[in-house]
Design a protein around this ligand. Structure first.
Ligand code: NAD
Length: 297
């Protein structure tokens, strides 16, 4: 029987377990606080930010909602980041990507105080992850580690193929899987848009993490029996639904399920975990900033 890995269930258990750490912080008179910064009028970005705000409210994290006119000069965003960096009541800062074209993304990532960088994208935090001394693991790959753990899949000694090399998913995922640490110790291959013969790589894999953003590009023919499949993709495709589209992953679920011992669905797999791990990093950041030794799930 193929296990369908239920991201909603695992994310709920992470949120439940975080309440212990949040209570420990409350005992020290500290309320974890996340500032979200939105400089966009893209409806998808607005939705992502409001979901993050709702998640915070559910677990008892205070959320500060900062909105900046997308046409404002970049300096306005930088000034706001500086203000949040200096505000000792703010423990985590998240700038919703993408920022407008006239704002240099790398400068934004570097501007955030690395101690408050709960996305884990500041070069200092990226460096620490690579060096095996992670402070804030990026939310999506960290959530995937938790899903693998829940499914009883230990990457140690296994061949893992990561499809995609983005800074937010592919690269940190490969880094986490290769670390000499719990949830790591895999032999990792990173595939991308220039990879020759992707199927030859994925067929060798015990674990496939698909993060290419190409609808249903990985099917059962590209997989070996007993593989664990983690589908990160969230792709809108035209469909005869009320909204006129549906969401599909990077994996053709039905054919992949025939080969897999465990597989994540889309939606309801990786997505909820990404959101839960942002809460985790915010609570962790708060503990570090206030020298409270919090119990993290
Ligand atoms: P990205 O566009 O930044 O990177 C995609 C990567 O896939 C690139 O490195 C590219 O080289 C590779 N790629 C593209 N086409 C390929 C092909 N045909 N064969 C092999 N590799 C190919 O995307 P991203 O930000 O890493 O996101 C990837 C997907 O995951 C998207 O669908 C995105 O919406 C989704 N996503 C989901 C979550 C979540 O929480 N579930 C979080 C982040 C991203």
């Amino acid at each position: 029987m193929t296990e369908i890995i239920d991201g909603n269930r695992v994310a709920q258990s992470i949120r439940d377990d975080l309440s212990e750490a949040i209570d420990e912080l409350e005992d020290a008179d500290v309320t974890p606080t996340l500032a979200t910064v939105l400089m966009s009028d893209d409806p998808a970005s607005e939705t992502y930010v409001s979901m993050k705000q709702d998640d915070c409210a559910e677990v008892g994290i205070e959320a500060i909602d900062v909105e900046i006119d997308p046409d404002a000069p970049a300096e306005e965003l930088f000034d706001e980041i500086d203000r949040l960096n200096d505000d000792e009541n703010v423990n985590g800062i998240l700038v919703q990507m993408p920022v407008p074209d006239h704002v240099d993304k790398q400068s934004v990532l570097r501007r955030i105080d690395p101690a408050k960088d709960v996305d884990g994208f500041h070069p200092e935090n990226v460096g620490r992850l690579v060096a095996g001394d992670a402070r804030y693991k990026p939310c999506t790959p960290h959530g995937i580690q938790k899903l693998l753990e829940d499914a009883g899949v230990d990457p140690e000694g296994k061949d893992a193929v990561v499809v995609g090399r983005s800074d937010i998913v592919g690269k940190p995922m490969a880094n986490l899987l290769v670390q000499k640490a719990e949830g790591g110790n895999a032999t990792v291959t990173v595939c991308h848009s220039r990879t020759d013969d992707l199927a030859a790589k994925t067929r060798e894999a015990d674990i496939v993490v698909a993060a290419a953003g190409v609808p249903e590009m990985i099917d059962g023919d590209m997989l070996t029996d007993g593989v664990t499949v983690i589908d990160v993709g969230i792709n809108r495709v035209d469909a005869d639904t009320e909204k006129g589209y549906e969401l599909v992953g990077d994996v053709d679920f039905e054919s992949a399920k025939e080969k897999a011992n465990a597989i994540t669905p889309v939606p309801g797999g990786v997505g909820p975990m990404t959101r839960a791990m942002l809460l985790y990093n915010t609570v962790k950041a708060t503990g570090l900033q206030h020298n409270v030794d919090v119990t993290l799930p």
